[in-house]
Design a protein around this ligand. Structure first.
Ligand code: PLP
Length: 458
């Protein structure tokens, strides 16, 4: 089977509200044509993000009833700790309520102003947490990873030459950690190969720099290694994960992705001194070390989710569902980023809508049309989200790519939903010259895409 069917059946259903095109036209207009300002209830298929949107299993829901809400020493913490240690192998495991707190704790402990942190590509919150400490976040992904059409199977790989140059240029004393994001979210959910992980690890050892993963989608990364890398076809996902983490000194993790839960995260690391210092800070900002801002029941559902995410049948379905959507679009000539990554399909809006210039937000035009005509929520990752303004001329400097991301929540939508999404996009593609660009009516000072108001260009 090229695309396996769902390896689960449905026990509880959440009815979706069906709205008319007229209603949606009114809603999006009232929302200032901003997809973040629409009540989620009025969305039919929500592909805004795969973060915190997973469906939990019956086993995870059952685990919630076994929550031990003791302030200290909850049994759920010990189950969580044992599970994380078995998969990730690190010595100290510190729960947090989200991935970004794990980042904040790590960087607060190790960064000084003027330091640099290399990564394949920093995720937004990672970059923000580095820059908050007056350090620089540098991206060292291989060049293939920046080319939307390059078919390289491991486009998340770190470029070792770029990495070594950074270390030599700034001096290893100014590089307190090397990070590697698996899969590379900001680069399209592209995986990193085991070979590359080993090489990054060796380079980190050579310069005695600690090496940490941003491990949010570690299981999806392991599945790609098993599928595409020589020598891993007969290994289990657990064995691949254990090998992968054995090359590092720690990781930050958002359980809202491959933890298969709606909230949670952790920081795991081998260094005892760092762990002690960070645990003291944890008490200040999140809570005692056996709950870290989470309820006991949340820790239980993370422990159970981390076991389920290693199931190869689940991962085969997961990765292939994303690929299925990508291939339906590709077969009809819709320009997408290739190869399709683990958690999302990205449409190249510049090619989709060549008559709309970046200043009129082609990706946004497609996002609005998808909602208006079909009730689908996607997100623009292009000029609206990322453009900078030239401080001299005030003119907009657009980013290299104008993308629309369709992120797929885990275990939430069926393949029939994916067919609906594909048909919707194909229909829009067929009369794409009718679409108009947008202009901004109101924008805040920063992170404008969340609250800006727009209107169609006349
Ligand atoms: C989501 C994410 C984070 C941040 O995690 P939160 O739980 O949202 O705070 C960090 N890195 C990557 C790669 C992510 O995808």
């Amino acid at each position: 089977m090229r695309f396996p069917a769902e390896p689960f059946r449905i026990k509880v259903v959440e009815p979706l509200k069906i709205t008319s095109e007229q209603e949606r036209e009114r809603l999006i207009k009232e929302a200032g044509y901003n997809i973040f300002m629409i009540p989620a209830e009025s969305i039919y298929i929500d592909l805004l993000t795969d973060s915190g949107t997973s469906a939990m299993s019956d086993n995870q829901w059952a685990g919630l009833m076994l929550g031990d809400e003791s302030y200290a020493g909850s049994k759920n913490y010990f189950h969580f700790e044992e599970t994380v240690r078995q998969i990730f192998g690190f010595k100290n495991i510190i729960p947090t309520h989200q991935g970004r707190v794990a980042e904040n704790l790590l960087f607060s402990n190790i960064l000084k102003p003027g330091d640099v942190v290399p990564n394949n590509i920093h995720f937004d919150t990672t970059r923000a947490n580095v820059e908050y400490h007056q350090a620089q976040a540098l991206d060292c992904v291989i060049d293939e990873g920046l080319d939307p059409q390059n078919p390289h199977p491991f486009k998340g790989n770190m470029d070792l030459n770029k990495l070594e140059k950074v270390i030599q240029q700034y001096g290893k004393e100014h590089v307190p950690v090397i990070m590697l994001t698996i899969t590379n979210n900001s680069g399209g959910g592209q995986p990193v190969s085991m070979q590359n992980i080993k090489e990054v690890s060796a380079l980190a050892k050579k310069y005695q720099i600690p090496f940490f993963f941003d491990a949010c989608r570690f299981a999806e990364n392991c599945y790609f290694i098993k599928e595409w890398e020589e020598g891993y076809q007969n290994k289990s996902i657990l064995e691949i994960a254990q090998e992968m983490f054995s090359y590092a000194d720690g990781c930050t993790m958002s359980a809202k992705k491959d933890g298969l839960v709606n909230i949670g995260g952790f920081l795991a690391l081998n260094d005892d001194d760092w762990a002690q210092h960070i645990t003291n800070m944890l008490i200040l900002i999140e809570g005692f070390k056996t709950y870290g801002g989470l309820a006991g029941r949340d820790l239980e559902s993370i422990a159970r989710g981390l076991k389920e995410v290693l199931d190869e049948n689940y991962l085969r379905f997961r990765i292939n569902q994303t690929r299925y959507l990508g291939e339906m679009l590709d077969e009809q000539g819709i320009p997408i980023v290739k190869p399709v990554g683990g958690h999302a399909v990205y449409i190249d809006a510049k090619q989709f809508l060549p008559h709309i210039p970046p200043e009129q937000f082609p990706g946004h035009a497609l996002v609005v049309e998808l909602y208006k005509r079909y009730g689908i929520r996607a997100v623009e990752i292009g000029s609206l989200m990322m453009a900078k303004n030239d401080p001299q001329t005030g003119k907009m400097i657009p980013p290299k790519l104008e993308l629309v991301r369709l992120a797929i929540p885990r275990r939430v939508y069926t393949n029939m939903h994916m067919q609906y999404v594909a048909e919707a996009i194909i229909n829009i593609y067929q009369d794409r010259e009718k679409l108009k660009g947008f202009e901004i009516e109101y924008e805040p000072e920063f992170l404008r895409h969340f609250t800006a108001r727009l209107k169609p260009v006349q």
